[in-house]
Design a protein around this ligand. Sequence first.
Ligand code: SF4
Length: 362
Amino acid sequence: MTKDWETNKLSIYSKTNHDVQQALLSSKPSLEDFKALISPAAKPYLEQMAQKSHLLTKERFGNNIQMYIPMYVSNECQNICTYCGFSLNIDIPRKTLSDKEIHAEAKLIKKMGYDHVLVVSGEANKTVGIDYFLNATKILKKYFANISLEVQPMDHKEYVQLKNAGVHAVLVYQETYHKTDYKKHHPKGKKSNFDYRLKTPDRIGKAGIHKIGLGVLFGLEDWRTDSFYTALHLTYLEKTYWQSRYAISFPRLRPCAGGIPLKSEMTDSDLTQLICAYRIFNQEVELSMSTRESNIFRDNIIKLGITSISAGSKTEPGGYNNPKESLEQFEIDDKRSTEEFTKIIKEKGYEPVFKDWDGVLS
Ligand code: SF4
């Protein structure tokens, strides 16, 4: 894969103005067109890309922006990841929410108006394995119509159990598709198995889960090449598991306890280019943005292709009832409340939607 990586990287960086113009004119952009749209050659076309992305998103998704909120249930983790505040080697207090604490968090989140909760945890199979998530889903179904998970990769049978329990979506980020660098960033624990993680979306798709989330962590490797591989993965999955819907997230490395410096910087302009490129390439995929990003960036990106966004988030277990910075996975940037942020969405002419899925259909 590393050899292919270099070939694909070179191909992206060799794209010309002509390739970008062709990609912008195409009614069904190919993966080669996607490469052109994310290439340095596309930089002078950013305004044109933004306009096209805006129109395509409006055509397919209307004026709606889906609202979701993360609920961190545990910061226990058996993996070492060089960039994460929950990494096994970092000396922080560890916490896993009890049933009572899950109820308490759910009540508060519900009061904030949310009907879509994204359950997040570290990867600690003994503490937060399948039984924990089945139980958490059972509790959360009493409060929310839409439950998504961003937790450890599981086996096919476990995804079937989660689907039957009412889980709507599962997000698993590859972090980087560069196999050699992946190993460097994941030296210990189950996550160090690149291939097992890579095949996780297949197991989710085979289980018939309604939505699959993909993404990489920008900052670990060249963002353009990693994004090409994400688009390649997305294209394969869409063809193979066509009953599922897909979502892409765009996490950029954020400061955290014990975190590493960036290998490759992704500027705001780069991220805007990438979001627009995805939309021009694929009109069906949902594009999601978290509170890792700054107020200004989030306010401006609303109109350019994003379809779901979080606000008022906490990244530590129990953080809505009892915020403790020492337990955080990473520092969030946009600290505005849900009310403040939804006001901005409305000012931009969009409708924040808190419920798009009925639990009885899952
Ligand atoms: S990124 Fe995930 S698996 Fe890695 S240390 Fe953090 S919580 Fe654990």
